[in-house]
Ligand binder design. Structure first.
Ligand code: GLP
Length: 253
């Protein structure tokens, strides 16, 4: 698994990778699909994509945008909902048609059926490049520790650690939902390419477990090493616990 310490160039490199993979899809005659993560880590990537869109010839008219997950029971107009996040940071700045955006429906009367529908959406139109963050407990999307590698879209209970970490987006921890709808690990691994961004000391242990620890449900991100095209963009603080050498800033091979 390649691991790269990129520092402040991470956003530029991630945006380059997004454009490359979406272009490859177009060259193969497909309408490209961008998979987007929420959280603070990828926000600067989306800002870089928006900057390029405002100043260059990039068109997103043919692009689909799929989210990884959503809090169960949170209305789409709640500012902490992932539907609101995707609109605020991705689809509105990039000018993407809302009909080309898919986020699990947090309010579905039958959330299990909604997860099956969302899994089909992704199966019918596989993601070309998926941006991912990592939780401080090693989660990807909302696949908490204990998640198995062949998991699909499903309803999950959120870890106490995740609710604590994400309380900053809500008034208090009590307002953080206890459940979510999430792509499974096998769903995520079907994307053609993965770009994982991890920044800050709070992610150091999770990055170490994901990259160098046992491949195990104890750290769901450790299953990313099953994927042939995963690029880790890790800053110095998040890389601090790694024992192995990491590449200096540069373009992954
Ligand atoms: C949430 C999301 C994850 C994201 C994680 C890390 O829990 N469900 O997809 O990777 O947060 O967020 P942050 O980048 O804010 O640390």
């Amino acid at each position: 698994m390649p691991a790269h310490v990129i520092g402040s160039d991470a956003d530029v490199l991630a945006a380059d990778l997004v454009h490359e993979h979406l272009q490859a899809a177009r060259a193969a005659g497909r309408e490209p699909v961008l998979g987007v993560a929420t959280g603070s880590s990828p926000v600067r990537i989306y800002a870089e994509l928006a900057r390029r869109t405002a100043s260059g010839p990039h068109s997103w008219a043919d692009t689909w945008v799929f989210a990884l997950d959503e809090y169960r029971g949170l209305a789409t107009d709640h500012p902490a909902s992932y539907a609101a996040f995707v609109e605020r940071h991705v689809t509105r700045p990039l000018g993407i048609d809302p009909r080309r955006v898919a986020v699990p429906d947090a309010m579905a009367a039958d959330p299990a059926a909604e997860c099956r529908r969302f899994e089909r959406v992704i199966r019918d139109r596989p993601v070309d490049v998926q941006i991912l963050g990592i939780g401080s407990n090693g989660h990807i999307a909302f696949n908490e520790p204990g998640s198995v590698v062949d998991s699909r879209c499903r309803v999950v209970q959120l870890d106490a650690q995740t609710r604590q970490d994400n309380a900053r987006f809500f008034g208090t921890i009590d307002e953080v939902p206890t459940e979510a709808l999430t792509q499974g690990i096998s769903t995520i691994l079907r994307a053609r390419a993965l770009v994982v961004i991890a920044q800050g000391a709070a992610k150091a242990a999770a990055v170490r477990d994901a990259v160098e620890g046992p491949r195990s449900s104890a750290c769901p991100a450790s299953f990313l090493r099953d994927h042939p095209r995963v690029t880790w963009l890790i800053d110095e603080a998040a890389a601090a616990a790694l024992a192995g050498a990491v590449s200096p800033a540069g373009r992954p091979g």
